[in-house]
Ligand binder design. Structure first.
Ligand code: ZN
Length: 137
C-alpha cells in the first residue's frame, strides 16, 4: 500500500460526486470500455494531498495527458502560466461549451486545459458526438 493509497471510502465519494463522469471531458464511465482514474488535481509532485478536495474522477485520456502537470503557457509567445481547470473550484459550463462533440473553450484556462489534456483529439470528438446522438452526453 503506497503512501498515497486511496481508501475505498474516499474512492466512492469521488466517484459519486463526479456522477460517474470524467470531470474534465464529462464522458460517462459507462460508455468507455475502461476504468476511470482517481486523479490528483494538484499532483503529489506539486504538493497535492490525497484529500477529497484535491481529487477528481477522470477518464484515462484526460488523466494520462495531464500527468503531473498543473499549468502551462497560453501559447509559445507568452510567458504567462495558466493553471488547468480545477473541478473543485471552477464551474465547467463557465469555461467550456460543447459543439457537435467538440469542447469549445470560453476562457484561457479552458484553452490550456483542452490543449494539454488533448480533449479535442479527433477520435474523442467523434466518440462524444456519437454519445450526443445517442442522447447520453
Ligand atoms: Zn476525460
Amino acid at each position: 500500500m503506497s503512501r498515497h493509497h486511496i481508501s475505498n471510502d474516499l474512492r466512492q465519494k469521488v466517484v459519486k460526486r463526479a456522477n460517474f463522469c470524467c470531470e474534465y471531458c464529462l464522458v460517462p464511465e459507462a460508455f468507455l470500455a475502461t476504468v476511470f482514474h482517481i486523479e490528483h488535481i494538484r499532483s503529489i509532485k506539486h504538493g497535492g494531498k490525497t484529500l477529497l478536495n484535491n481529487l477528481a474522477y477522470a477518464c484515462p485520456h484526460c488523466n494520462q495527458n495531464k500527468g503531473s502537470d498543473v499549468a502551462t503557457f497560453l501559447n509559445d509567445e507568452s510567458d504567462e502560466l495558466i493553471r488547468f481547470f480545477n473541478p473543485r473550484i471552477d464551474v465547467w459550463h463557465e469555461h467550456f461549451e460543447i459543439n457537435e462533440g467538440e469542447i469549445v473553450p470560453k476562457t484561457n484556462l479552458a484553452k490550456v486545459t483542452i490543449r494539454i489534456l488533448n480533449i479535442n483529439q479527433i477520435d474523442r470528438i467523434i466518440f462524444r458526438k456519437a454519445l450526443m446522438d445517442a442522447g447520453v452526453y
